[in-house]
Design a protein around this ligand. Structure first.
Ligand code: PRP
Ligand code: MN
Ligand code: MG
Length: 188
């Protein structure tokens, strides 16, 4: 077979946990931004945040405020397992964010290099505010501290895949997050 079960050592965050946490995060963001002038502008960081963006935006839609969706694609990893620190813009914002309340929607903060670069980039465009919601964070991997207002789960510094997180573009579609067996990345 060519499917993935054999590549996953163990599941660390289940579908159910992701669903509950996403609802919680959306409630918090909603409560904190009920009066945000012009509503929120969600900036999804492709590709990893695609699953979280879809679920988080939907959860926010139950509470408000209004939210528009923008997408950026940046890449720092290539197909390796460690961050290079070099961030490339693969797809830029489509619209001006000046004066807007921006929430960056990320799947994971690992070294922090991607987000620290992105925050500077977004702040240079004069938004009313910029905050981050990240579903996962690896506290033991941080190289650059980045203020992340909303964090779903702190997870161990292991190679995780699923729910948007990839290894060499694979495993993103898994509905849970699991630890990749070392044999899998050793052989590539
Ligand atoms: C991954 C992940 C985060 C970033 C976190 O993206 O989705 O965006 O790395 O790592 P960092 O904190 O060490 O910068 P990646 O660059 O692999 O691109 P992708 O989202 O397309 O997978
Ligand atoms: Mn990413
Ligand atoms: Mg990646």
């Amino acid at each position: 077979g060519s499917w993935y079960h054999a590549d996953i050592d163990r599941v660390i965050i289940s579908e159910e946990q992701i669903r509950e946490k996403t609802a919680e995060l959306a409630k918090q963001v909603s409560a904190d931004h009920a009066d945000a002038e012009g509503g929120l502008l969600l900036v999804c960081v492709l590709k990893g945040a695609v699953m979280f963006m879809a679920d988080f935006a939907r959860a926010l839609g139950r509470h408000g405020p209004s939210a528009e969706m923008e997408f950026m694609a940046v890449s720092s990893y290539g197909s390796g397992t460690t961050s290079s620190g070099v961030v490339r813009i693969l797809k830029d914002l489509d619209r001006d964010i000046a004066g807007r309340h921006v929430i960056v929607v990320e799947d994971i903060v690992d070294s922090g290099l991607t987000l620290s670069w992105l925050m500077k980039y977004l702040q240079s465009r004069s938004p009313a505010s910029v905050e981050v919601v990240a579903l996962f964070r690896k506290p033991d991997a941080v190289k650059v501290p980045v203020p992340v207002r909303y964090v779903g789960f702190d997870i161990p510094n292991e190679f995780v895949v699923g729910y948007g997180l990839d290894f060499a573009e694979r495993y993103r579609e898994l509905p849970y997050v699991g630890i990749l067996r070392p044999e899998v990345y050793a052989r590539s």
